[in-house]
Design a binder for this molecule. Structure first.
Ligand code: ADP
Ligand code: MG
Length: 410
């Protein structure tokens, strides 16, 4: 079955959306510092769906989680600054309810005119949102259902969670996916089913063990797998190289040897780094030198050296392989990009992705943060996934409760 989409909502309700109360589950979980939003990317990503509903005269009730409050009100996680930002971006007033499903929320919804928007307080101020107890979650979902006639589910970042607003509510009222979820699913599906070839996947980040599921699901589907970041050292060690004090997951060596064997058998190219930036310690101002992959301990730091980035020759090879591909998915920074001395590999790879003629996709929370921090515009890529865990689980081929409940079948 296919995802139920927003354009089908009027026919599902048997009426136009004008005057109907629509609950929209967004992912407005933005980073905040001292009450100020430091990256409003997720608020912006929610705009297409909200504008579509406003333009049809719906009465829009926006809900979201923010941070991890312990199932009770906690002022530092209030959505109020987010409601304010949303109002600026929409260019219209946005009402804010001081509770989630209480009197304030009911009043705010009752006061909505056609095309108006209200934000209710953080869903996770209510223990029912994330409860493992089905009955507790369903009870909270019934309270949410009282605020609207239908649900538009658009928080892609939470579709891998079986939570009240994501899953149970979607079963209680007519429900469809919003435009953000529709786009995410369309793009991620193209990466798993029938990608345009040649298809390259670039993986990095800190741990192989975080990415085993993705490697297993995607390896048989790709032409080229490029491995950088902290996980490259487990691959290099699996080939018999010494890696000093670099990140190494000794318990994954056999698994990684299995991937290398599988790739050889099926004619899939796994490209491993030919050089790395070795540092004296894990710090921004550490001494560092470039070393060949088969001589990582032949530096002034000897066996104490730590690999914190791919080397320049590797970065060039990766960039070439990326530019030669029609479909590219990238997850995981190539090095410790948070420290400028070790950001070059990530920057070169990001630049190459912007030059891909077909579909280029960046997935993963840190990877998305990395490209923005390095000064790339979101538009430079085909797509930047808004869901860290959700996009990885999708690419692992896992069933995501928040999508299944909207009709999607992997
Ligand atoms: P994402 O969130 O995009 O999936 P990960 O969470 O897997 O990415 O990894 C991101 C982290 O990996 C970054 O904080 C980065 O500093 C770290 N990292 C990348 N390369 C290395 C390395 N060589 N050694 C240690 N940490 C690394
Ligand atoms: Mg991460």
């Amino acid at each position: 079955m296919a995802l139920r989409t927003l354009d089908t909502l009027p026919s599902r309700l048997g009426r136009s959306l004008a005057g109907t109360r629509i609950v929209v589950r967004c992912d407005l979980n933005v980073p905040l510092r001292d009450g100020v939003i430091t990256d409003d990317g997720r608020v912006r990503a929610s705009l297409p769906t909200l504008n579509a509903l406003i333009n049809q005269g719906a009465r829009v009730v926006v809900c979201s989680h923010l941070g991890r409050p312990a199932g009770a009100p906690d002022p530092q996680y209030s959505l109020e600054p987010v409601a304010q930002r949303l109002s600026e971006l929409l260019g219209q007033p946005v009402a804010f309810a001081r509770d989630t499903v209480g009197e304030s929320a009911r009043d705010a919804v009752a006061a909505l005119a056609d095309g108006d928007v209200a934000v209710i307080e953080n869903l996770r101020f209510e223990a029912g949102e994330t409860s493992k107890d089905d009955a507790v979650r369903q009870q909270f979902a019934r309270s949410l259902a009282g605020l609207g006639d239908a649900l538009v589910s658009d928080g892609f970042g939470v579709v891998h969670r079986k939570q009240a607003s994501v899953y149970d509510l979607a079963e209680l009222v007519p429900s469809v996916a919003g435009l953000l979820i529709e786009k995410e699913v369309e793009v991620l599906d193209r990466l798993t089913e029938k990608p345009e070839r040649p298809y390259a996947v670039v993986l990095g980040g800190s741990k192989v063990s975080d990415k085993l599921g993705v490697i297993e699901h995607l390896l048989p589907r790709v032409d080229t797998l490029l491995v950088g970041g902290g996980m490259m050292f487990t691959f290099l060690a699996a080939q018999g190289h010494k890696v000093g004090k670099s990140l190494l997951e000794a318990d994954q060596l056999d698994t990684v040897r299995g991937y290398l064997a599988q790739a050889r058998e099926k004619g899939i190219r796994i490209v491993l780094p030919v050089d790395a930036v070795m540092a004296a310690s894990f710090s921004a101002d550490a001494d560092h030198v470039v070393a060949a992959a088969d001589a990582l301990e032949d530096t002034p730091f000897g066996a104490d050296g730590m690999g914190l980035d791919i080397g320049p020759r590797t970065a060039e090879q990766f960039a070439e392989a990326i530019r030669a591909s029609t479909t590219v998915f990238w997850n995981g920074p190539m090095g410790v990009f948070e420290m400028p001395a070790f950001a070059a590999g990530t920057k070169t790879v990001a630049q190459a992705l912007t030059e891909v003629s077909g579909l280029s996709v960046v997935g993963g929370g840190d990877s998305a943060a990395a490209v923005r921090q390095l000064g790339f515009a979101d538009e430079a890529f085909g797509h930047i996934s808004t869901g860290g865990g959700a996009s990885l689980e999708f690419l692992e081929g896992k069933k995501l409760p928040g999508l299944e409940v909207l009709g999607w079948e992997q």
